[in-house]
Ligand binder design. Structure first.
Ligand code: ADP
Length: 168
């Protein structure tokens, strides 16, 4: 039984993340999508509850997929779950540098923590959560980037934010 952990902020989940989850379950027996509470990224736009809810509604029903959150060292969670690999998606060389460094650190902290990199699908190499938020904030169409189940909620929250910003 090979268990993979796919960590990230998922602020919000996009089709790019979903593609990695689906490919992850094709390779491993169980994939835990882990919303990591990352002190390096303290300013997520969506709350932890919202990000977990978006994941539950988009990938939560896929067979062998679990959703969880964790505040702490990824390697501690990895060891607790007796996981086999950490999955990371790579969109460009710019992702590689940070992810490579992180993979080396995790391996150094816990020798069993192997990281597997999956190349992003061509269609989503340019896709990021921050791009989705920017487009939605200015009323652009994000239907190609996030599933219908969460589309309107994302748009509404960003519209609220845009109104607040223009009021100030
Ligand atoms: P971001 O890096 O956009 O802030 P996350 O922290 O949620 O997003 O990313 C979690 C993981 O998913 C990382 O390994 C990241 O490289 C990967 N990822 C994010 N967007 C995509 C995408 N469009 N295609 C493939 N992998 C992606």
């Amino acid at each position: 039984m090979k268990v993979a952990i796919y960590p990230g902020s998922f602020d919000p989940v996009t089709y790019g993340h979903i593609d990695i989850v689906k490919r992850g379950v094709a390779l491993f027996d169980r994939v835990i999508v882990l919303v990591s509470i990352n002190p390096a990224k303290p300013h997520c736009f969506f709350t932890l509850e919202q990000r977990l809810d978006f994941l539950a509604r988009t990938v939560g029903k896929l067979p062998n997929v679990e959703i969880d959150s964790y505040c702490g060292l990824l390697v501690d969670y990895f060891s607790e779950k007796k996981a086999d690999v950490i999955i990371k998606g790579l969109r460009a060389m710019s992702d590689f540098e940070a992810e490579f460094q992180q993979a080396l650190v995790n391996k150094d902290l816990f020798h069993k923590a192997e990281t597997v990199f999956l190349a992003a699908d061509v269609a989503s190499t340019f896709l990021s959560s921050s791009m989705v938020k920017q487009i939605a904030m200015f009323g652009g169409d994000i239907s190609a980037f996030v599933p219908p189940a969460i589309l309107h909620e994302i748009q509404a929250k960003l519209e609220e934010k845009r109104i607040k910003l223009t009021e100030n």
